[in-house]
Design a protein around this ligand. Structure first.
Ligand code: SAM
Length: 221
């Protein structure tokens, strides 16, 4: 039966083989899911999944996982996977707040944050995926030489993200890892170096076609 003919997204996801249903049980054993020792890269807030599907097709030697909070959104990715199945790509429906329950120390090679929800109210800052609270979680699952790549057209969110790195650096009482910015641009599509190999996300295509410049940073510890 074709997925697009089915209504209840939760039920469809519960039965889909591309979705990992018991992610906590895989903690420390994610290589078993893919059946190899290739690096594992994660997109958090993957939306409809085009970015990961493009990368997974381009790089069969790397494993990819997509995390998405909402079943209705993840369903769209599953519909695409049904048409073009990729052995090195799997999905998890969960809130990224709990990623340290799902991944062990140093289990993840790279994290992608693409067009993350801005949560514009100050009191919601800790829900922003590039916030210091989330960086501390990423610190708990990323390899020592792992990197985080973040892109967005939302300048306020991007300035917040850059400022988080600076404030963590300046805070002597901060107990987690410090981060450094390895690369940064406020206009990705006109940055010859950083745009090389860039894979557009659904949101990136929409906002850049409206003329919005795309900001990007790459950070490591
Ligand atoms: N990355 C995609 C792109 O660039 O086209 C989608 C961007 S969309 C603005 C942000 C997505 O992140 C939404 O699908 C949302 O449900 C998901 N999301 C936001 N917060 C999340 C969280 N804490 N855990 C998992 N997914 C989350």
């Amino acid at each position: 039966m074709r997925l697009r003919n089915i209504t209840g997204s939760r039920e469809v996801i519960a039965e889909n083989d591309f979705v990992i249903h018991d992610p906590e049980k895989r903690k420390g054993r994610w290589h078993e899911v893919f059946g190899n020792d290739a690096p594992i890269r994660l997109e958090i807030g993957m939306g409809k999944g085009r970015f990961l599907m493009t990368l997974a097709a381009q790089h069969p030697e790397i494993n990819y996982l997509g995390i998405e909070k909402y079943s209705s959104v993840l369903l769209r990715a599953l519909q695409k996977m049904e048409e073009t199945p990729l052995p090195n790509l799997r999905f998890i429906r969960m809130d990224a707040e709990y990623i340290t329950d799902v991944f062990d120390k140093e289990e993840i090679d790279r994290i992608y944050l693409n067009f993350s929800d801005p949560w514009p109210k100050d009191r919601h800052a800790k829900r922003r995926l590039p916030s210091r609270q989330f960086l501390a979680r990423y610190d708990g699952i990323l390899k020592a030489d792992g990197i985080i790549e973040f892109k967005t057209d939302n300048r306020d969110l991007f300035d917040f993200a850059v400022n988080e790195i600076k404030e963590i650096e300046a805070d002597e009482s901060y107990e987690g890892s410090k981060w450094k910015i390895d690369a940064i641009t406020y206009d990705l599509h006109n940055n010859e170096t950083l745009v090389a190999g860039n894979v557009m996300t659904e949101y990136e295509e929409r906002f850049s076609s409206q003329g919005n410049p795309i900001c990007k940073y790459i950070i490591s510890r």
